[in-house]
Design a protein around this ligand. Sequence first.
Ligand code: F0G
Length: 459
Amino acid sequence: MTERFQTIIEPFRIHSVEDIALIDEAERDEALLRVHYNLFGLHADEVTIDLLTDSGTGSMSSSQWAGMMLGDESYAGSRSFYRFKGAVESLTGMPEVIPTHQGRAAEKILFTETVAAGSVVPNNTHFDTTRANVEYQGGEALDLVIAEGLDPESRHPFKGNMDVGRLGEVLDDPSSEVPLVMITITNNSGGGQPVSMANLRDVSTMCRERGVPFFLDACRFAENAWFVKMREPGYESHSPAAIAAEMFSLADGCTFSAKKDGLANIGGFLAMRDPELAERCRNLLILTEGFPTYGGLAGYDLEAIARGLEEVVKEPYLRYRIRSTEYLAEKISAAGVPIVQPPGGHAVYIDAKRLLAHVPPQQYPAQALAVEIYRTGGVRGVEIGSVMFGQPGPDGTESPAPMELVRLAIPRRTYTQSHIDYVAEVVIDTASRAKEIPGYRIVQQAPWLRHFTAHFEPM
Ligand code: F0G
């Protein structure tokens, strides 16, 4: 009906509203001092537009809220679990469905059962919690994304693809013990970039030929499916749900954070085909998360996720979703702000290495830029660079991350076009003063996942 018109509208109207904090620059300066320039330390009321993450920050639909009232809170055998299991099974085709309180709990359980000291787990790019959970078991988290995936300017349509040549070398190296191969769709740490069906098929075949399980980190499977529909020849007329089903059919299992494409505020799952591995995972689940028919979630959460999984593959939603991210990317990039191209599904990634070329990676240019964007307009993004992924060397020096990015992640169905226009204005204003932005040093840090709590000081 609206196809004749250019404007892609939000395919929903607002049902309840939440006030936004409008604080001034002096208050933000004070807040920055208090939190030692770590944006994770801010109170949400000190943030005007919160693009820290798209995780758990989306708006649920009235149908999801109504579903929550039907939550069955039985400890064992809850009706809501079976509704949830049905939704996951019909999406993934995987019969073993293990609910968890969020994605990292699924990772923790999977890797505890599969990864040992000396194991190597290839992925296109591990997300921070995924990497940390592999390393916690003594394994090596190996990133094998294609070269284009590390070049912010490359316009490759599937920059999340795995380098299958290098994967083959690792799989065929008799000295490397590979308990499973993972692919993250979309590749969050690599710029929210999609993986093609052809690449998933190649990796799946390589794994099956060698008897190595292949798992998807499927947090943003629907956004990946939309990119396949838009960019991969042969999929133009397929529905996102059919594309998603084909992606999952290539895998032996998946971890999932329902806080992204589950359109829920909390939740996750581990799903797989192998009943024996599933049983071991369930035994551990009981120890850490809860009984297998709730796994750390309330019955009402299971209902919200079940409905979210059905809503997220609808075409009008995905068309609006990907377009709104692209809209922000187009605006700031037209003003000369360097970003990872093409824009990802859930976020726009600013290339701080280029914008703050005067700040070396050892002084965390992306952290510096994220702080300055907050100071300027109360917009909170997140550093994805050497604070998050720098590897400390034996001599105390650090090898920097391959990219220095500030991610502006867009919560699902939460902000309108005027919010995004405001964000663009703030980013463009900040970028116009790039040369004056100082680097930072870390003055306090934790042994892992340091970005959440580190203290910084401007140089
Ligand atoms: N895998 C990917 C690709 C993710 O992006 C995340 C979370 C997880 C796993 C872990 O899921 O948070 O439910 O435990 N990403 C969030 C983000 C936190 O901001 O990108 P979780």
